[in-house]
Design a binder for this molecule. Structure first.
Ligand code: 3PY
Ligand code: MG
Length: 256
């Protein structure tokens, strides 16, 4: 771990990442070498287990890309295990309050900043890198609560004020569901909630993030113009599906 990702977030420089939902190390390798700044291993909406998460973190890290984990829940035990495996940080689903954000920070950071338990893992070079990792973790580990419910939007200023929180990240689908307009990502209620989150992030000097789930990439430029700097774009399966369909369609057109 180094502090490049965290420094970019706190300096307001845009960072681009994507999402991994397959637990396949070759796909992770392709994605990590593609040029994204970071990749998030999605433990919330996939069947990826902890042992596979370890391998994916290893592949992403060794390819020179920042490995993040989107947790399945705000669980201090899961946070400790993925951080010990070498994740550079966590994206925490469905954070609704400052207390929940603080719980995630506590689990990522060692005392005195947090309460993370101390053990030796891959993050610590399996032992000899312990002192270096303590420094790297204090300087570079990233905690990004997701704002995906109305309650989270209503508390976004307090969530951003928690020390150790480096930004917030909107889950557009859950957010739309929370406002009763599931899947209508451009609905005025959703757009207004997003504006509040971006404005709160701007005022706090921290990053506003969003998942632009589907191509086209033109939406990315629009989100950046709105003030989003932490951009997740697509995902491994979201890239593969249209490419495979297009190839099959082209082949069928030669026959049908
Ligand atoms: C959502 O849209 O709710 C997400 O969590 C996307 O990552
Ligand atoms: Mg979500």
């Amino acid at each position: 771990m180094n502090n490049t990702l965290r420094a970019a977030l706190l300096e307001g420089r845009p960072v681009f990442g994507s999402w991994l939902q397959s637990g396949n190390s070759a796909i992770a390798e392709v994605m990590a070498k593609a040029g994204f700044d970071w990749l998030a291993i999605d433990l919330e909406h996939s069947t990826i287990d902890l042992e596979t998460t370890f391998t994916l973190i290893q592949v992403i890290d060794l390819a020179g890309c920042a490995p993040l984990v989107r947790l399945s829940a705000n669980d201090p035990v899961q946070i400790k295990r993925v951080m010990d495996a070498g994740a550079w940080g966590v994206i925490v689903p469905s954070v609704r309050s400052a207390a929940e954000a603080r719980q995630a920070v506590d689990a990522v950071k060692y005392p005195p900043e947090g309460t993370r338990g101390v053990g030796l893992g891959r993050a610590h070079g399996y032992g000899p890198g312990f002192a270096d990792y303590l420094r790297a973790c204090a300087e570079g580990s990233v905690v990004i609560p997701m704002i995906e419910q109305k309650e989270g939007v209503e508390h976004v200023e307090e969530i951003l004020a928690v020390p150790g929180v480096d930004g917030v990240f909107i889950g557009p689908y859950d957010l739309s569901a929370s406002y009763g307009v599931m899947g209508e990502l451009g609905h005025p209620l959703v757009r207004e909630a997003m504006r509040r989150v971006v404005e709160a992030a701007r005022v706090s000097g921290k990053a506003a993030g969003i998942h632009v789930v589907h191509p086209p990439g033109t939406q990315v430029a629009e989100r950046m113009a709105e003030g989003f700097g932490l951009i997740a774009y697509g995902g491994d399966m979201l890239f593969l599906t249209p490419a495979a369909r297009e190839a099959a369609k082209e082949l069928r057109s030669l026959r049908d």
